[in-house]
Design a protein around this ligand. Structure first.
Ligand SMILES: C[S@@+](CC[C@H](N)C(=O)[O-])C[C@H]1O[C@@H](n2cnc3c(N)ncnc32)[C@H](O)[C@@H]1O
Length: 285
């Protein structure tokens, strides 16, 4: 590791090497069952350096000692590695497309099925911003369909803290920049400087803690949103996750990726583009 020092001798940047990454990875694996090897190593090294700077550690040995001694630092490191940035209606054009083209078709398909259920799954749901945005969109534009079709919205994430926020359904204004004034009035109630979703929307979404790499636990779903999460994983793991998703989608089931994500490897043969611009794909029979 090569620390670059500022004038106060506190390191400004670290170059963590593969051996040091593996050492930190071993601690995370042993103490948190969290596998660093699934993720892109360059990204993980950058994120670890953020925590090393914040804790004023001068090298990885010192940082490893801190990780061994302090459960809170392990928690903070994992949080930093699993980036929880999200927003309601993030990339609004996607939600527009979902409203106009994706959900009408999915509801029509669900109505034809014997169980008449529509299952929506947000993988890597952070604080619930994405599944709740879908709940608002459905409540606003598909009230007839919601009466006919049992609609289940599930959000899963690895991070317990961010899921606690999701359960609470209360947000700072920076998460709500894309919410229209009308929706703010209809669906949120001010709580001091924050805003809480009304119970009718909170009750539409269920949350569960799960690791995206545990593909054996994937649930059957009609539409899967996996946005801005896949990007942090190494390519072989991306392919495994995408294959796992394809396995639980029915024919014509829908996959939505983030704007900087795409299908990789053999999974390109399992989906056909529905709207490439919005990264919407349909499962091939
Ligand atoms: C950048 S956020 C994306 C949130 C939302 N999908 C969006 O696009 O706004 C990435 C989320 O993936 C979650 N995540 C990272 N690694 C994960 C894993 N191994 N299993 C499940 N979730 C994971 C993080 O905790 C974080 O909440």
């Amino acid at each position: 590791m090569v620390p670059v020092f500022g004038t106060s001798r506190s390191p400004l940047a670290y170059e963590i090497d593969d051996r040091e990454l593996a050492e930190i990875g071993a601690i995370l694996s042993e103490k948190r069952c969290f596998s660093l090897t699934d993720y892109k190593s360059a990204c993980m090294k950058r994120r670890i350096a953020i925590r090393m700077r914040a804790t004023h550690c001068r090298d990885t040995d010192e940082y490893c000692r801190l990780l061994q001694q302090k459960e809170e630092e392990l928690e903070l490191l994992q949080k930093t590695l699993t980036i929880h940035v999200s927003q309601f209606f993030r990339n609004p054009s996607l939600f527009h497309k979902m409203r106009l083209q994706v959900f009408p078709e999915l509801f029509a398909m669900a109505e034809l099925r014997a169980d008449s259920t529509l299952r929506i799954w947000c993988l890597g749901c952070a604080g619930g911003e994405e599944p709740y945005s879908l709940a608002i969109l459905l409540r606003e534009h598909f009230s007839r369909e919601l009466k006919q079709v049992e609609t289940v919205i599930l959000g899963t994430d690895i991070d317990a803290g961010t899921l606690a926020t999701a359960h609470e359904g209360e947000y700072a204004a920076d998460r709500l920049k894309e919410v229209s004034p009308l929706f703010m009035k209809r669906y949120f109630r001010p709580q001091g400087e924050r805003f809480r979703l009304i119970p009718e929307i909170r009750d539409m979404v269920t949350f569960s803690q799960d690791n995206i790499t545990s593909i054996e636990r994937y649930r059957a779903s009609d539409v899967v949103l996996c946005r801005n999460t896949l990007i942090y994983f190494a390519r072989p793991e991306q392919e495994r996750i995408l294959n796992g998703i394809a396995d639980v989608l029915p024919s014509k089931g829908v996959l939505v990726l983030g704007k900087s994500e795409t299908l990789v490897g053999k999974t390109r043969k399992r989906f056909t583009p529905f709207c490439p611009l919005e990264r919407i794909y349909r499962k091939i029979a």
